[in-house]
Design a protein around this ligand. Structure first.
Ligand code: ADP
Ligand code: MG
Length: 279
């Protein structure tokens, strides 16, 4: 039922869905990524991964530690190349592929000697700029969106962890990427701040219409945030389940009480632990 538009593409549908595939914001085609480790052995981080992500989709990639989530994000960011297969990022009007993909990590990694505003503006020095954009104004708008206007001249050490992560999100958005990659961005935060930021990132998605690929090992976080959940299993990292969520666009604490929400969390758990009996 919910699978119709988003089930993992088999080889056959891959060919027939070629027209549609061309519109994907991110496309993984039979992606295998392996690493040579010191013993000389090969670790297969991701094995035969197929996925097409539509523009503006909010996709949660959920799975146990070591299932290749970060590896896949790094491949989208162009930091590593697949051993086999292809990762395609569709950024139609980009000058250089890089400026259109931005990443937020678990640690905010702000520059301690720069102010909040300085940190948000930092990528402007290195990235591909668009002509006619006033980046200082854009930075102010982004800080306003996450409620940090008052702190624009503060230094990272003066901010809480949640505020620092908000700055990191603004920094990721400053060059107006098409695709926002988030790798367990809230894992280091306390539970209350984490919940606040989860709803915040949903709002950011609604406001900016970015394609978001959000990695988490939290099943409830995946179901709370995403429009689509991709479940992975480890050793080797591979796709286990892929489904759309039929939840209200605006998410809040009431979402957590919806029976559908509980059902989705259960489905993710089943995917991870491989207990699909009776389904
Ligand atoms: P996740 O983010 O889901 O926890 P990773 O993508 O970090 O998983 O890692 C997937 C697998 O690939 C793990 O077994 C990990 O040890 C291995 N791996 C990741 N990066 C490297 C690397 N640079 N060298 C060797 N092995 C790696
Ligand atoms: Mg990881």
């Amino acid at each position: 039922m919910l699978m119709a538009d988003s089930k993992p593409l088999s080889k056959a549908t891959n060919t027939t869905a070629a027209g549609k595939a061309a519109q994907d914001a991110v496309r993984f085609d039979h992606v295998t990524i392996s690493f040579q480790i010191r013993s000389g052995n090969e670790v297969i981080a991701v094995d035969g991964f197929d996925l097409g992500i539509q523009p503006k989709q909010f996709v949660a990639l959920v799975g146990p530690s070591g299932c290749g989530k970060s590896t896949l994000l790094r491949a989208v960011a162009g930091l590593i190349d697949p051993t086999k297969g292809q990762v395609r990022v569709n950024a139609p009007d980009s000058l250089s592929g890089f400026a259109r993909v931005a990443m937020v990590f678990q640690a905010p990694t702000l520059l301690p000697w720069k102010t909040v505003l300085g940190n948000v503006l930092y990528p402007v020095r290195f990235g591909t700029k668009r002509s006619g954009v006033d980046y200082s104004q854009r930075a102010s708008e982004l800080l306003d969106m996450v409620g940090l206007t008052r702190f624009r001249d503060a230094y990272p050490a003066e901010l809480s962890g949640g505020m620092q992560q908000r700055v990191a999100i603004c920094r990721a958005l400053i060059l107006d990427p098409d695709i926002l990659l988030m790798d367990e961005p809230f894992s280091a935060l306390d539970a209350l701040t984490r919940e606040e930021l989860q709803f915040e990132v949903r709002r950011v998605h609604q406001k900016t219409g970015k394609t978001i690929l959000f990695v988490t090992h939290s099943m409830s976080e995946a179901a709370l945030l995403a429009d689509r959940v991709v479940v992975m299993a480890a050793h080797p990292g591979r796709l286990k389940d892929d489904f759309l969520l039929d939840l209200p666009t605006d998410r809040d604490t009431a979402t957590l009480d919806l029976p559908e929400f509980a059902g989705y969390v259960r489905r993710i758990r089943d995917g991870i632990y491989g207990q699909r009996e009776g389904k």
